[in-house]
Design a protein around this ligand. Structure first.
Ligand code: CTP
Length: 410
């Protein structure tokens, strides 16, 4: 209706200027290309919720590829990538943001000059193939319809009532990642599930739909969860509904502790991940690593975490501890230092390390007459340990001790 359209125009007018410019460029390109174009999905959802959104998805009733090429004339900073077989194109900007352009009609090239009804039914199909009603809305960007909401499936009402509702009951079978997405959206916006959607989620878990999901796609979804502010609640829900256990085929001691919510907002992805596995024993974490696809840094840190945790179980001298902690990635130390079992040991060692105020370095030792080579490292190590253990506490004492050792070596 006219009122909804006016609301949407107001919402668009409050968007950052660069986003408005993109929408206008798309509008003008649609005039040139004589086709209908819509912004769809997450952008529409977030616009209606007045929350910021990042990427823009467009659907063109016509050739998406041709449209993207025409749009490029107005996007001097963009880089165009086309996926001809899927009828999609992407324009990527230097800051990493991107525009996705898809065609509704790419399967129908054999029918040029299709009637408007046909075009409309294409958009309807395109939107019906999506995951949830709240993600199935479109806004027309053509000049004469700019700001017009297309909402075939009750998305606006579900947004207002805070409901996650699928569009058809084989949605989770079509694409099992939607089960994880459903929980992500529910906890992100504090929405609840429509009854039949929740029932379908449980049925899908019970019937083993997750078995169809590849390790890569599952991992992508898990990482998307870990990037969300409210990831702890999402993780808890994933555990509670049995999805995580079903995926891993056993009950794992996940740690999504809501008491950490405030602090965890500033945690890096690696800390969030390490912390979420911190209650599992090492064998479990190792078996988990076989079921997820992590980038090298995350995988290496997880392995380092297991090794360091095992070492800390032994009784170690202060210097052994110091050696391990200085070698470990900061994030691994951070997560272990929050663990009741190792907190004390680690804080003592870190406190002792604060006493270290080394003035000596390799060059200084060479001046004292030490030959270049492994000896230098050894002496520097001994000096560091003497500081750590409180055997020296001033630069003078440090110099004296080093000279003694150098002399003894000759
Ligand atoms: N989509 C879908 N099924 C999926 C993934 C995506 O139907 N498994 C559709 C939804 O309509 C979604 C759109 O594709 O809105 C874009 O997907 P994506 O960019 O992953 O999600 P957004 O909705 O933009 O959500 P986010 O805010 O998390 O980026």
């Amino acid at each position: 209706s006219a009122a909804i359209r006016q609301d949407i125009l107001d919402l668009i007018a409050h968007l950052p200027e660069e986003v408005q410019k993109v929408l206008e460029a798309v509008r003008d390109t649609a005039e040139e290309e004589q086709c209908s174009v819509y912004v769809v999905g997450g952008f529409v959802r977030d616009l209606l919720l007045s929350v910021p959104t990042q990427d823009l998805d467009f659907v063109v009733e016509g050739s998406g590829g041709q449209f993207a090429q025409a749009l490029m004339k107005r996007m001097p900073n963009g880089k165009l990538t086309q996926h001809i077989t899927f009828g999609t194109a992407q324009i990527i900007f230097p800051d990493g943001s991107h525009l996705d352009i898809a065609s509704t009609r790419w399967e129908h090239y054999s029918f040029p000059g299709a009637l408007p009804q046909v075009e409309e039914s294409c958009l309807r199909d395109d939107l019906f193939r999506r995951d949830f009603t709240i993600n199935s809305m479109a806004i027309c960007l053509n000049t004469d319809r700019f700001g017009e909401l297309v909402d075939y499936y009750g998305g606006k009402q579900d947004l207002q009532q805070g409901k996650i509702r699928f569009l058809h009951n084989i949605s989770f079978i079509d694409d099992p990642t939607r089960m994880i997405r459903a929980i992500r959206f529910a906890e992100r916006y504090y929405f609840s599930f429509a009854k039949e959607t929740l029932d379908a989620l449980y049925t899908a878990i019970e019937t083993g739909v997750l078995g169809k999901l590849s390790v890569e796609r599952f991992s992508e979804e898990m990482l998307l969860i870990l990037k969300e502010n409210n990831y702890l609640a999402m993780g808890q829900t994933l555990v509670k509904c049995g999805l995580l256990n079903a995926w891993f085929g056993k009950e794992l001691a996940w740690n999504f502790n809501l008491d950490d919510a405030e602090e965890s907002v500033n945690w890096s992805l690696n800390i969030r991940w390490l912390s979420s596995v911190s209650r599992m024993d090492s064998a479990e974490i190792e078996s988990l690593l076989e079921r997820v696809c992590l980038n090298k840094s995350l995988r290496d840190e997880t392995i380092h975490y297991i090794h360091l945790r095992e070492s800390l179980k032994e009784s170690l001298s202060l210097s052994e501890m110091d050696r391990l902690l200085t070698k470990a990635p900061k994030e691994v130390v951070f997560v272990l230092a929050r663990d009741e079992s190792y907190k004390h040991k680690i804080s003592e060692c870190l406190k002792a390390a604060q006493r270290i105020n080394m003035s000596l370095d390799g060059k200084a030792l060479i001046k004292m007459g030490v030959k270049q080579g492994p000896e230098i490292g050894k002496i520097l190590d001994r000096v560091r340990m003497a500081w750590l253990e409180g055997k020296i506490s001033t630069t003078e004492e440090e110099q004296l001790m080093a000279r003694k050792w150098v002399k003894a070596q000759r």
